[in-house]
Design a protein. Structure first.
Length: 399
């Protein structure tokens, strides 16, 4: 049964990547089976998160970990942990950070729309650096003195957005954070694959790192991972769990050191981010599966698919370029040039036309401003390859 057709929703061909607005990744059957099995029983959620912590710790090399409801939620919870620690009074107050250290230092080129995740916990972002290298207007990057100049008694953490370039180098910022005795929160939501990044970022010195669970890991779309120092993970978990418990009967798992708490934090700022048992189990299974993937073989298979697409598209007059995983930093992409003089449409217009067809087709617009659409294989079912190419070729025929 097509459940989407039953409720009047169209299925779409997704060559735009594992985008949240398109439902994220395509989950493997073993992950779906695990979620179905998890749904049929009651468990202690703190105990389940502790089990997940053990799996995440092995996968990342971190002291501990937890399953969040997406990478953005992981950033908010990680920030809340840096702001409150084990101080129950502070946990109760967030996002009100009056009178407590609440500043998070971030480089200008690391600012993104996900800044909201830090601010949602009550943090105030303190921006440093210029974009000279990124804009081509000069050679200046962020220098250590810029961190030193703004770090003070009100500083709670340093935030860092990981990319394939990692500028300034993650290791350098980690050493600086350690010198100032500050936690370093790394947003690595989209830095998988390669699978090696699971351990690389912690090994480079990150105190906390956030990954998406619903992209390359191919877990439930609404999941994320927060991994890092044990005390901060425990604080983050306390601020997400259902803590409507009597102090007399509360029996937390070993991950949560009750002797370090001056009370029971009941409903923290992360209460609205609660992860379900099905999501946690699905993420655990997906993470273990992800680590066993032969990414060289996977990428070779994707390149074969793209070569067949490129041959057909080339026959219809489209110029294409296969961008290898070594260049994308993730999986191969197929770049398709959109010639407005031939099609009568620019790249954004072509993308819109594809989305309005039946079935709707989505191709990444990450380079549309430059005249290219990019086929991303992350959530593209191989069974849809031919239809995708047919639809692109139909644009040329209708021009």
């Amino acid at each position: 049964m097509d459940i989407y057709a039953k409720i009047g929703v169209r299925q779409r061909i997704n060559a735009a990547g594992s985008l949240t607005r398109l439902g994220g990744t395509l989950m493997p059957e073993d992950v779906l089976d695990a979620m179905r099995a998890a749904a049929g029983a009651s468990v202690d959620m703190a105990e389940l998160q502790e089990a997940a912590s053990n799996v995440i710790a092995r996968a990342t090399g971190a002291e501990a970990g937890m399953v969040s409801t997406g990478a953005a939620a992981a950033l908010t919870l990680g920030t809340a942990a840096c702001l409150a620690g084990y101080n129950v009074h502070r946990m109760e107050r967030l996002p009100d950070t009056t009178g407590m250290p609440n500043e998070v230092v971030i480089c200008r080129q690391h600012r993104t729309g996900y800044d909201h995740a830090f601010r949602a916990a009550g943090a105030k972002l303190v921006e440093i650096g210029l974009n000279d290298r990124w804009t081509g207007s000069g050679v200046r990057g962020v220098e250590d003195w810029e961190f030193d100049a703004v770090i003070g008694p009100n500083t709670a953490a340093i935030a860092y957005t990981a990319t394939k370039h990692d500028e300034p180098p993650l290791e350098r910022v980690a050493r600086l954070a350690e010198r100032h005795k500050l936690p370093l929160i790394v947003d690595a939501a989209a830095q998988l694959p390669p699978a090696a990044n699971l351990k690389r970022i912690i090994a480079a010195g990150a105190t906390l790192v956030a990954f998406s669970g619903g992209k390359a890991i191919r877990g439930p779309q609404s999941t994320g991972i927060l991994a890092g120092k044990r005390d901060l993970i425990a604080s983050a978990l306390l601020q997400m769990l259902d803590m409507d418990v009597a102090p007399e009967t509360w029996a937390p798992p070993k991950l949560i050191p009750r002797d370090k708490l001056n009370g029971v934090p009941h409903h923290g700022i992360g209460r609205g981010f609660k992860a379900g048992k099905e999501e946690i189990v699905g993420l655990i299974v997906a993470l273990e599966r992800f680590q066993g993937i032969d990414w060289d073989a996977e990428n070779k298979a994707v390149e074969g698919r793209f070569q067949r697409m490129a041959q057909r598209l080339g026959g219809a007059g489209f110029a294409t370029r296969l961008i290898p995983a070594t260049e994308t930093g993730r999986q191969p992409w197929l770049e398709v040039a959109i010639d407005k003089t031939k099609l009568g449409l620019d790249a954004h217009g072509a993308s819109k036309a594809l989305q309005q067809g039946n079935p709707p087709v989505h191709i990444s617009e990450r380079r549309a401003a430059e005249g290219y659409l990019v086929i991303d294989p992350m959530s593209l079912n191989p069974a849809d390859d031919a239809t995708l190419v047919d639809r692109v070729i139909a644009l040329a025929r209708s021009a």
